[in-house]
Design a protein around this ligand. Structure first.
Ligand code: PEP
Ligand code: MN
Length: 345
């Protein structure tokens, strides 16, 4: 069961709902989104129904949710959410391009990739400073030095930064540099990490686990929401199948299914799905046509020298095709392309 607060509900009104539920022996979890606060209730639902919560000041609705995921469900929040990342919207009205290097390698490489991203119309810069690699011998990322490079490049080009956090203990540090925290595919069910990003005030990009069903993925998002953070964007990045022609199989049907089940925005990562440059723009087109709220892609000024995922990184001619796809397909899906911030900060 969830209590949906009015958009202008006062903090004391939210506290009063929590107090009534606690007095009845239940637990209440307050989740704040951009436009609305939702209080999730755990405990004796029959008892909650006798409390007349709908009559408390500031309450808009009390909804019994049939899905196992509550706070992220579309039932609890029938209007699709918009998540703001450093002021940049990701949501139902927009198609947002996020681009940048897979890994931050050097200041020059990151700046060059950011300029390529910006020229293609990206509104956000991606780049990993902490890299969860399959091999312990592969480049593991620059750590905090990489975060500093991202912050410097943000100051230079003006694009807010999305970067991955791999450990709960690093969340505060990464959040002190980043505009959005990415939880990668290998950590989708790292529950202590999910709770840690759920307790911080930065939006979260939650990638789909390699072997996760849509329901497991939404339950992972629920861990984040239950800790109070409803600014979550889901990212379909391909799943493990028997097919070996691509690195993973992009599950394009996840986009409309998620839009039906959840109010959270959904973006697609065709780079990590395909693992091959030649498929990235075609898959991005498919994602935009089916109504994805954005696309996140790898770009690199010299993919042949990249320390991570060079074969899937886009270079300039591909970026022109991607920009064209954004311009033509976003309006067909009823969206406008999110404009990049006008000036460096
Ligand atoms: C990434 O985006 O850099 C990444 C490692 O992606 P994934 O977690 O989807 O493999
Ligand atoms: Mn990568």
């Amino acid at each position: 069961m969830v209590v949906v607060m009015k958009g202008d509900a006062a903090p004391e009104e939210i506290d009063a709902v929590v107090a009534v539920v606690s007095q009845a022996g239940g637990s209440a979890f307050v989740s704040r989104g951009v436009t609305r606060t939702i209080v999730g209730l755990v405990g004796d639902i029959a008892l909650f129904q006798t409390l007349n919560l709908g009559a408390l000041p500031g309450v808009q609705d009390v909804i019994r949710i049939s899905q196992p995921f509550k706070l992220v469900s579309r039932e609890s929040h029938p209007v699709p959410s918009t998540v703001l990342v450093g002021g940049v919207p990701i949501g139902p009205e927009t198609a947002t391009l996020i681009a940048g290097p897979c890994a931050v390698e050097t200041p020059e490489q990151t700046l060059a990739a950011a300029r390529m991203a910006q020229a293609a119309g990206a509104a956000l810069l991606r780049g990993g400073a902490y890299k969860p690699r399959t091999s312990p011998y592969a480049f593991q990322g620059l750590g905090e030095a990489g975060l500093r490079i991202l912050a410097d490049v943000r100051a230079e080009v003006g694009l807010p930064v999305v970067t991955e956090v791999v450990e709960a203990a690093d969340v505060d540090l990464v959040a002190s540099y980043a505009d959005m925290l990415q939880v990668g595919t290998r950590n989708m069910q790292n529950f202590s990490l999910l709770q840690a990003v759920g307790s911080c005030d930065k939006p979260v990009l939650l990638k789909r686990g390699l072997n996760a069903t849509i329901e497991e993925w939404l339950m992972a998002a629920e861990y984040v929401a239950q800790r109070g953070n409803l600014s979550i964007v889901l990212c379909e990045r391909g799943i493990r199948t028997f097919e070996t022609a691509t690195r993973n199989t992009l599950d394009i049907s996840a986009v409309p299914i998620l839009h039906d089940l959840s109010h959270l925005p959904v973006i697609v990562d065709p780079s990590h799905a395909a693992g091959r440059r030649d498929l990235v723009v075609p898959l991005a087109r498919a994602a935009l046509a089916i109504g994805a709220d954005g696309v996140i892609v790898d770009v690199h000024p010299h993919p042949e020298n990249a320390l991570c995922d060079g074969p899937q990184a886009l270079v300039d001619p591909d970026l022109d095709a991607l920009a064209e796809a954004m311009r033509t397909l976003a309006p067909l899906a009823g969206k406008r392309v999110t404009a990049a911030s006008a000036a460096p900060r």
